[in-house]
Design a protein around this ligand. Sequence first.
Ligand code: PMP
Length: 366
Amino acid sequence: MADTPIMKPWIEGIHAYVPGKSTSADGRKLVKLSANENPLGCSADALAALAVDHTPAAYPDPDAAALRAALGRQHGIDPARIVCGTGSDELLNLAAQGFAGPGDEVLFSRYSFAVYDIAARRCGATPVEAPDADYGTDVDALLAAVTERTRVVFLANPNNPTGTCLPRAEVERLHAGLPGDVLLVVDQAYAEYLEPGEDDGGLDLAAHHANVLVTRTFSKIYGLAGERIGWATGVPGLVDVLNRIRGPFNVTASGQRAALAALADTNFLARSREANREERKRFVHAIEALGNHWLRAVPSKANFVLVLFEGDLQAETALQAIADAGYAVRHLPGQGLPQALRITIGTARQMDDITRVLRTLCGAGA
Ligand code: PMP
């Protein structure tokens, strides 16, 4: 790290976010199952919307009014309670910046989204990790870690990188256990992958409580990660804070158009959810069918599965073998998970290829 003496001291502890790779160690191009992107791409309507009316000399609508109105209609939310961002990453960072600073603590569960640590540190606050419960979020551990300095609690639900999801009653219990002056951010980047009846109630909490923000994204099921569009909702006072500190033109015109078209294409959404459900189920069954105590899949509600390696089979060995077969998956030693690989659910063929590699590694033959 090349530290400069003129930087703020709290920047020192920050390690730059390491994105999912698309090349092997020896520079070969790999199929990317390392960033939880949609293997079906995006809606054809969104693609068409990206191509039309290209006026790069003009600033976009600074308030993303049409997109917020459509989101409001779809979710039954007053658009005044919605703010859009440059991906939900921007909104997570703004939430930390708007509500925490030097001397404050920002709390989240162990093995949760890497941006929370960066978001806390970059505003000078102290990141605090609560212990997990078998790779899932432990509400009691989070509540036990709250101090009078806690200002923001991040909950990824479903969680990245583990795929676990707290049910509604647990999210409500977490909220009920927090002091009213602590902001709960429910990060629902993968919410659209949940089945009907699995809703975690985050949007209802955000509608009715002055200390809850929900963030969502067009990067995952909508397949628009490259366009960088996220949104957040909460009571007007919270949304106003984010509006005051966000970039003035933080969502591009093409991104706003694409997101609008993507929202309307409910068929693409349903197809994506169904394909993910099917392939995730097949992949997890295949791992279980190996009956090998070296491998375990953490139960996932998202578009990826965290596979734990134990005993004689190392995650690095599997990572290399998977790369040799042409695929990039995510190894997260920097997040305390040297023994795991996070594998994005791809197409049937891609998942068959990954399964074949794992089967061979377990000595079960191809
Ligand atoms: N939250 C979670 C839990 C994520 O996994 C991600 C993407 N990796 C994000 C937020 C941010 O996504 P984006 O900025 O593309 O909306």
